[in-house]
Design a binder for this molecule. Structure first.
Ligand SMILES: Cc1cc2nc3c(=O)[nH]c(=O)nc-3n(C[C@H](O)[C@H](O)[C@H](O)COP(=O)(O)OP(=O)(O)OC[C@H]3O[C@@H](n4cnc5c(N)ncnc54)[C@H](O)[C@@H]3O)c2cc1C
Length: 291
């Protein structure tokens, strides 16, 4: 049996293409970064389902509801963005380089549908020994492990050292009253403001959804109150405009560092966390199809 670690889009795509696989996913739902969040009765994703191209995505998810997206972008101190977001990165992830593309209205639902076609075990690996993966849910025998989950975590289990670096992020999804701002994307390079990227879209006549990204290294203190305070200081939203919000901390948000070429031969790796590379959604699917 092949074990696929991680039930994000990469893991689900790999598992749906191969016989005799089981997906090991640590979260209660599948979809990874695009899993569904319940926010005030609405089902949203914590990051906006925006893609610059849909060639590969449409191959595995043919029933996507797409809308062309030509964002109005407002910039404040854009020249400082890279230093603020990831000073040690050679360049920022392409998904932070906002361009025209598509909004995918039913991405989490489409991923749930894909997830329903593969076998999923809710759990995470603890140890790897002689063809056996010890997990918190029991022992799984494997012929191969396909890792699309945290490479750093897996390295610890198999006793491999690599010089991996990462930046975490606090992501907020906010439902607000509508019509407050006219831009679709705000890029904010000022170091005094916790967030750097804000995406806005209308969800109905009266409400907008804002996706706010605040990147952070180490223990820098960030929480929902700090984000709300900074949204007010940057004249984006006030607390009174907010109908409801949800925040999620992602430890492995921007990935960098040095990777070793030699890896154990029972292991294949793909997806953003497995390859430890800041892949876009399209690139993640591409990596899954080639995995
Ligand atoms: C903040 C942010 C914004 C982004 N915005 C865009 C965008 O606008 N457009 C775009 O094209 N791309 C964007 N991307 C990139 C895109 O989200 C990813 O390429 C895509 O989600 C990768 O899917 P994945 O399955 O490889 O990884 P993930 O979606 O991260 O899924 C990995 C899964 O593995 C699970 N997992 C991890 N470790 C373990 C373990 N040890 N055991 C069990 N399970 C484990 C996790 O719980 C998760 O479900 C963004 C990424 C980030 C971080």
């Amino acid at each position: 049996m092949r074990i696929v670690i991680g039930g994000g889009i990469t893991g689900l795509t790999v598992a749906s293409q191969l016989e005799d696989t089981v997906v090991l996913e640590q979260q209660s739902s599948v979809g990874g970064l695009y899993s569904i969040e319940e926010v005030g009765g609405l089902t949203l994703t914590i990051i906006p389902p925006v893609v610059s191209s849909i060639k590969r995505l449409a191959e595995i998810l043919p029933d996507l509801k797409l809308e062309e997206w030509r964002p109005i972008i407002k910039k404040t101190k854009e020249e400082h963005l890279k230093m603020k977001v990831c000073p040690f990165c050679d360049e920022l992830p392409t998904w932070l380089d906002v361009k025209e593309g598509y909004l995918v209205h039913n991405l989490p639902e489409a991923l749930l549908e894909l997830g329903s076609k593969v076998k999923i075990v809710r759990g995470y690996p603890l140890r790897v020994r002689e063809g056996k993966l010890f997990t918190n849910r029991g022992i799984l025998e494997f012929s191969e492990i396909i890792n699309t989950g945290s490479r750093e975590e897996l390295n610890r289990l198999i006793g491999v050292e690599e010089d991996l670096k990462k930046i975490g992020c606090l992501l907020a999804v906010i439902v607000s009253r509508g019509g407050i701002n006219k831009w679709d994307v705000l890029l904010h390079g000022s170091a005094g403001i916790s967030f750097s990227h804000v995406f806005r879209r209308e969800i109905d006549e009266k409400h907008d959804v804002y996706h706010v990204y605040a990147f952070t290294r180490g223990g820098k203190h960030l929480d929902a109150d700090r984000i709300l305070g900074d949204l007010k200081r940057a004249s984006v939203l006030t607390k009174e405009d907010v109908v409801t919000m949800r925040v999620r901390y992602i430890r492995e948000c921007i990935l960098a560092g040095e990777k070793e070429k030699n890896r154990p031969n029972f292991l294949r790796e793909c997806g953003r966390l497995g390859l430890w590379d800041n892949l876009s959604l399209e690139e993640a699917v591409e990596s899954a199809l080639r995995c």
